[in-house]
Every structure is written in C-alpha cells, then in structure tokens.
Design a protein around this ligand. Structure first.
Ligand code: ZN
Length: 291
C-alpha cells in the first residue's frame, strides 16, 4: 500500500477558500464507529432520523466511519434573526447576537474532495480566518460527534486535519473490538500541513466510512504504525507517532488532503450500506484484522 506523497505546494489564500463554504445544514461530521450491539439502535436511528445518521458505522467486527458515538444528535437550530426596529434609539440594544451556523459537510462528487488540498502558508496560521476554519472543523467534528475531519470536508481546500478520540466514544465499543483495533483515547490534535509516513509494513483491515459518503462502509487496509509531522494551530512543529486506530484515523484524514477517499482504497467487494454492515463478507474477501 504505497503512501502517496504530496508534491503539490501551492499556497491558497483564505479569502479564496472561504468562498467555497457551503450553506449550513444538519449534516455535519466525520468518522464514527459503533459496536454491533448498538447496531440495531443505530439502524433504527437511521430509519427515524435524518440527522447525521450516515456518520455512524455499525459493526460486529469493527465499523469505522469518521468515528463517533451513537448518542442522538440534536438537529441544528434554524437561524432566527432579531429584527431591529428602525426607530430604535439605542442601536444594537436589545438585539441578540446569533451564533454563525456550522458549515455543511461536503459530499462525494464535489471536486474539493477529489483534488489535492493546498499548503497553508505559515503567515496565515495566526490569522482570524484560519483560526475560524480550525474552530469550525473542531465544532463540526464534535457535533457528530466524530474522531476526525479534514478541511476539504467543509469545503476548504487546505491541508488541515483535526482528530480526537475520547474514553466516552470508546466506551460504546465492545472490548474485543477495541482490543482488535488497538483503540485508545487521545487528546484533540490540530495538524496543519501534515506529512504522513508509515513506520512499518504491518497493516490491518477494518471497516471505514466517511461523512462525505453517507450511509456506506467498506474494508480498508491501513498501516498499523505511522508518523505524522506538521504544525499545530500556533504554527509550532509537531510530530505524532501513532498506532492502531489513531494511525487509521490519521491515514484517513491525510488521504482527504490528497483528494483520496476511502472508496479509492477499499476492498471493492466489501462495499455495503450501513444497514448491511453486519452481513458476512462475500466469499474471497480478506478477513478483518491484522494482516
Ligand atoms: Zn472521511
């Protein structure tokens, strides 16, 4: 499984990127992951809710989406605007400041997901616009809740990823699954211009999903140990040595920055709807787990 190296080093100006911010919607998120025991609940949730359901992979042997938990998500509140009377003699007084809505998750087919993202220039890292993009990404990821998100997924063609996995998210998975996937909690990571490299040839196969491809999952082979270097949100160099599930998340998110979705790397005959996630693999498909 060759690791694609970014050769493109274009610098995009944020003013251009922000144009591609789509309208707000109730569908936001990233990677989700559920135990089989929760599958029924989640499938029911899929049937009865239109919000973020596609983000929840279900699986007896390790669903993997842009990971999260199965707790029901509140619908995004519609924006309401307080009208300010023209006759008001205390301008602004009594008006309510509305929180800007979160950006919508971009779906497969939009070129922003299929083209390499641009490097973030170091000068722009401290800017309000870039920090706002990062804040939006974190908010989107947590709203799902998810364990990873790449900037192109909110329509921003820049090399930025965010990821985190918590004890709570992991608590929803069966212990044998957590062990098989080598899944451990880690604190929020914001990585700008990440560079990914595998640290060993060992790989594992587990199901993945992506919020940009609602409602589907497939087996994807990933390296078990990777190193990612890049910059944090203050522009300071960082290096992450990851293994297991965190390594998988990093590979999934870094792939997004190359314009690569999991479907570009999946074992094609394992592709399935979320509802069919628990069905056995077709004859001839490689088994889940370490290779
Ligand atoms: Zn994804």
């Amino acid at each position: 499984m060759p690791h694609r190296t970014m050769v493109m080093r274009k610098t995009l100006h944020l003013s251009h990127c922000l144009v591609s911010f789509p309208a707000p919607s109730a569908f936001i998120g990233s990677f989700v992951f559920l135990p089989y025991s929760s599958a029924r609940t989640a499938v029911d949730a899929l049937r009865f809710s239109s919000s973020a359901a596609g983000c929840y992979p279900l699986r007896r042997h390790g669903g993997f989406g842009e990971v999260g938990t199965q707790s029901p998500l509140p619908e995004l509140k519609k924006r309401t605007f307080t009208r300010v009377s023209a006759a008001s003699w205390l301008p602004g007084f009594g008006t309510k400041k509305e929180k800007a809505p979160l950006p919508e998750i971009v779906k497969a087919g939009d070129p922003v997901l299929h083209e390499p993202a641009g490097e973030v220039s170091v000068q722009e890292i401290g800017s309000e616009k870039l920090q706002k993009i990062i804040d939006d990404m974190i908010a989107c990821m947590r709203k799902v809740p998810g364990v990873g998100l790449a900037a192109p997924q909110i329509g921003v063609p820049l090399k930025i990823i965010v990821l985190e996995d918590t004890k709570e998210y992991i608590s929803y998975a069966p212990k044998n699954e957590i062990k098989a996937q080598d899944r451990r909690p880690f604190d929020l990571l914001v990585i700008i211009n990440p560079k990914l490299k595998n640290k060993s040839d060992k790989t594992a196969l587990f199901f993945e999903g992506c919020l940009s491809i609602d409602g589907f999952r497939a087996l994807v082979e990933r390296y078990l140990e990777v190193e990612v270097t890049g910059l944090d949100r203050q522009g300071q160099p960082i290096k992450i040595d990851a293994r297991g599930w965190q390594a998988r998340i990093l590979q999934h998110e870094c792939n997004h920055l190359d314009g690569t979705l999991y479907v570009d790397k999946m074992v094609p005959r394992t592709f399935r709807t979320v509802e069919n996630l628990a069905l056995p693999l077709a004859a001839g498909c490689p088994p889940l787990g370490d290779r």
